[in-house]
Ligand binder design. Structure first.
Ligand SMILES: C[S@@+](CC[C@H](N)C(=O)[O-])C[C@H]1O[C@@H](n2cnc3c(N)ncnc32)[C@H](O)[C@@H]1O
Length: 299
């Protein structure tokens, strides 16, 4: 496994981070504690075809992106420093945004399961499912959840087309996924999330703050993130509106993150929906962004 050396992180920060901030021995111990081939093979969906945007790119300076063990074992130790001021505090913003007690949650692009586990801990009665394209990230997630005694299902799948029926979930979450997908893929994933949600169901997205990223170009150069610039130029509120979500809201979290929330609104056609709409006004699609236009950022 090779690591590319041409990003700001790899040239200037990696030596410092690796020497002083990362517990290399702990990574080694974790690496050795898992039979990666056996466990990732077990979690692999043999029918899954990796999308080109994913398998052809390096992410975070690691050649081969997420489809290898190195990406999985180094992800958590690095990510804690990528979510200032504090990873737990930033992730808690997702939980604080949940409107109602969910009974079925899907966390898409779940990676090593850090967000998925917080969801399960916060809503212990809910059935929680984590979906990711990398069997190595899922292997890591499964091991962590097992250690923590959390009952979570892990699925190897593509968030563009997930093997669950329409209206299967009342909460869809995506943490740190959309800065890693090209905008046209992000739109597809949002449409798929809409399909998976029940009427009145909520989607919550934690990711980099698009406005800040637009204003501070150097931030988009730190790590090897092939789609970060196009993510920064986009607008999550507009993407959610275009996917027909309502009650679209984005809040800044600290300075570098944002949490977006939206609701699958009632359809105008269903008579039952019309009654519900009168009683629960927040279910109405009150987004101004229901077309593909590019409105001003919400913050
Ligand atoms: C930056 S990580 C975020 C992981 C986790 N959600 C977190 O909060 O730490 C992005 C993850 O998205 C996954 N991913 C990217 N595109 C995906 C797709 N189309 N379907 C499912 N997972 C995807 C990657 O494999 C990776 O694990």
């Amino acid at each position: 496994m090779t690591v590319s050396k041409n990003t700001i992180f790899e040239q200037f920060l990696a030596p410092f981070v690796n020497t002083f901030l990362i517990d290399q021995e702990a990574i080694e111990r974790f690496h050795r504690s898992i039979d990666w081939e056996k466990q990732s093979d077990r979690l692999t969906n043999p029918t899954l075809i990796y999308p080109e945007y994913y398998s052809s790119q390096n992410f975070h300076g690691i050649n081969g992106g997420y489809l290898n063990v190195t990406a999985a074992v180094t992800y958590d130790p690095i990510t804690q420093y990528a979510l200032p001021p504090n990873e737990t505090w930033v992730r808690q913003a997702v939980i604080d945004t949940v409107r109602t007690e969910p009974s079925r949650i899907i966390d898409i692009g779940c990676g090593t399961g850090s967000m998925t586990m917080i969801l399960k801990q916060s809503f212990p009665q809910a059935e929680v499912i984590g979906v990711d394209l990398s069997p190595y990230m899922l292997t890591c997630a499964e091991a962590k959840a097992k250690t923590a005694g959390l009952d979570i299902q892990w699925r190897h799948g593509n968030a563009e087309k997930i093997e669950f029926a329409d209206a299967s979930f009342d909460l869809v979450t995506a943490a740190l996924l959309f800065h890693e997908t090209p905008p046209e893929i992000s739109r597809k994933i949002l449409q798929e999330s809409f399909r998976l949600l029940t009427t009145g169901g909520q989607i919550i997205i934690l990711d980099g703050n698009q406005k800040t990223l637009r204003q501070t170009e150097w931030l988009t150069e730190i790590f090897e993130e092939p789609y970060l610039k196009s993510y920064a130029l986009g607008n999550m509120d507009a993407w959610l509106g275009a996917a027909k979500f309502g009650a679209v809201e984005t809040q800044n979290i600290w300075w570098v993150h944002q949490v977006s929330s939206a609701i699958k609104p009632l359809s105008d056609q269903e008579p039952d929906d019309q009654k519900l709409r009168q009683n629960l006004p927040f279910l109405n699609n009150n987004s101004d962004h229901s077309d593909n236009s590019f409105p001003a950022p919400a913050y």
